[in-house]
Design a protein. Structure first.
Lengths: 299, 316
């Protein structure tokens, strides 16, 4: 607006500017929604396909053109799946493996995190540096030597579940995740408890742990989810169908017959393997996301 | 030992950020309990991270097969890494995977985070859950679904594309398209996680800076480049390193979708470690390749620590 304009034209201009601003806000809102809807469709679509295909008759799954909604609903894929794989057993294996790793690593990680954040002891800083070094070693690079160790200890083939759980009973990333949460708690809390005569374990158990619920919870979920979903580790540590976890067992269906891939049956397995996680996350997703956000921010 | 720790300026945040203050009686019991509390973790991590890391180093200089008495072969396995065309292919594939994966992953997760970063956005929780879903469920399962969706004879994508006149063909059987496809499935799986971290980072960018920029007449793009991006510096560093490390370790979707094919064109380092070590029993060679993986991951980790340090110093 030039200074020479009259008062009326200024107000007209203002009105025009305001309308154009509302129009552009509306447009940008529409754009934001369009982008978010497209993104969500892309993330959810494969799981929707999984679910629908698992209930579709095999003839439809193997026909062109593909149909999203089953022409007739059937549990045939599920029956076939149970016929081909020991699904109940593999489901149990997954539960024991994921829960076992979760429980043991919570115990060992939180104890270590407590010592490394609250206690002053000789060699503490050296231990921290050594652990940070260990955090940067990817487990995929250690598959061969770890397998060799477990095999020579006689665990593989006899006690596969122990072989899968044992190496994961503690992990550095978990220790540091918990340590971040512990460090942020005020130290006066535990010093007061100590002056009242509480021992270190008491301070750990009744003061620090209850106040770091978010951290414990985040690590527990991470460990359960990662191990439930892991493919490479159980694939290597087990060879018999009965020893496999669900995820490693399902991958046996994939191309195992050389010919057509039994998609319908695979999808039925996929749905079964996803059910526990979907149920868990339906309840706790918000807390989990907040936990990740807290750990991510500190980096 | 009279150093007063309370005025000790931490150099490495992870190491010394919160050393307890010393006071006689407390310290004595702490000394005793420190190692006791760490014992379980130290034994497990020592036995299953440090010991195997050293033993793999030794194995990488031998001709071990898992069944023989290993003979020392010096640097042969490492020389073979650079002469065996299949290994070179795996290294190159991992590099290509990384170059595609990291920038796209960061662009998408940051983009979606910026879109979702309004508290008043209706359905915000729904979108966040939907976008986070692939991260929660297994990559192997998702890969089965994607394999079906992409199947040239049965899949939805070829069908829909054919309706608008595009002939997609067999992407997973194509030596050009298979690798980008499995890479994009990797992005699809993980960007929800990085979006959550970006969202957290965005909450930390001060509103006043945005208001100041607005007063200076900055448009949305200018605000993004001069307020948002600088404010996300340490978050972005973290995400770059994490996604690099993920890219080095790609395996699951390749195992399910292409089995390394066609003609080794989607074989990555970890896939090669798996087939060499556990299918072909070239344990020595696989250990050498494992060490390459270990060293590049380690390098990425060191860069992360160094950048963290630098940022912290600059922020002080």
């Amino acid at each position: 607006m030039s200074s020479a304009s009259t008062s009326t034209s200024t107000s007209v201009g203002r009105v025009r500017r305001r309308t154009s601003r509302t129009v552009s806000t509306i447009l940008s809102k529409v754009g934001v929604y369009a982008a978010l809807i497209v993104t969500s469709l892309i993330t959810v679509f494969p799981f929707f396909v999984c679910l629908m295909t698992s209930f579709a008759p095999q003839a439809q799954v193997n026909a062109w053109p593909p149909k999203l909604i089953p022409t007739s609903w059937t549990l045939d894929n599920y029956f076939q799946l149970f016929h081909r794989l020991p699904i109940g057993r593999q489901f149990l294996n997954s539960v024991i493996f994921a829960t076992g790793v979760m429980v043991f690593s919570l115990i060992f990680d939180s104890l270590a995190a407590y010592a490394l954040s609250r206690l002053d002891f000789k060699g503490r800083n050296v231990l921290l540096v050594v652990l940070i070094t260990g955090m940067m070693v990817p487990y995929q690079a250690l598959l061969i030597p770890v397998y060799k160790m477990l095999a020579s200890a006689g665990l593989i083939g006899n006690m596969n579940m122990l072989a899968m759980i044992l190496p994961r009973m503690a992990d550095v990333a978990g220790i540091f995740l918990l340590r971040q949460f512990f460090v942020s708690l005020p130290r006066d809390l535990d010093n007061a408890a100590r002056l009242d005569g509480a021992g270190e374990f008491r301070v750990f158990w009744s003061i620090v742990l209850p106040n770091a619920k978010q951290g414990i919870f985040t690590l527990a979920l991470f460990n359960f989810m990662n191990n439930w979903n892991d493919l490479l580790w159980p694939l290597i540590m087990t060879s018999k169908s009965n020893d496999r976890t669900l995820i490693a067992g399902l991958s046996l269906l994939n191309g195992s017959q050389g010919g057509a891939i039994p998609y319908g049956i695979m999808m039925a397995g996929a749905v079964i393997s996803a059910i526990p996680l979907v149920i868990i996350f339906a309840f706790v997703q918000r807390q989990f996301v907040e936990g990740i956000a807290m750990t991510g921010m500190k980096g | 030992m009279v150093r007063d720790r309370s005025v000790y300026k931490p150099r490495r945040s992870l190491v010394t950020s919160d050393t307890p203050r010393k006071s006689g009686a407390l310290t004595r019991s702490q000394r005793r309990y420190g190692w006791l509390f760490c014992a379980g973790a130290v034994i497990i991590i020592g036995a299953f991270v440090f010991y195997p890391a050293l033993s793999a180093l030794y194995t990488s200089f031998t001709d071990a097969t898992g069944f023989n008495i290993p003979q020392w072969v010096g640097l042969k396995n490492y020389q073979d890494l650079f002469t065996n065309p299949d290994v070179l292919r795996a290294l190159l594939n991992t590099a290509i995977y990384t170059v595609i994966y990291v920038p796209i992953l960061i662009a998408v997760s940051l983009g979606v985070a910026v879109l979702l970063n309004r508290e008043d956005l209706p359905l915000r929780g729904f979108f966040r859950s939907a976008i986070f879903l692939p991260f929660v469920l297994s990559m192997a399962v998702a890969s089965m679904a994607w394999k079906f969706i992409l199947d040239p004879n049965l899949g939805f994508l070829p069908f829909w594309l054919s309706k608008i006149g595009i002939h997609m063909g067999d992407v997973l059987g194509s030596s050009i398209w298979a690798l980008p496809t499995v890479t994009l499935v990797g992005v699809w799986k993980n960007f929800g996680y990085f979006m959550v971290i970006f969202l957290a980072g965005l909450q930390g960018v001060s509103h006043e800076l945005y208001e100041a920029a607005e007063l200076d007449g900055a448009g949305p793009w200018r605000k993004f480049t001069s307020v948002t991006l600088p404010g996300l510096r340490s978050t972005t560093t973290y995400i770059v390193i994490m996604s690099l490390i993920q890219a080095f370790q790609a395996f699951d979707q390749i195992y399910v979708m292409t089995s390394g094919g066609p003609d080794h064109m989607t074989e990555t380092m970890v896939y090669r470690i798996y087939t060499e070590g556990f299918r072909n029993f070239h344990v020595g060679a696989a250990s050498a390749l494992s060490y390459v993986l270990l060293l590049i991951t380690f390098a990425a980790g060191l860069i992360q620590l160094w950048l963290n340090n630098k940022h912290e110093k600059e922020d002080m």
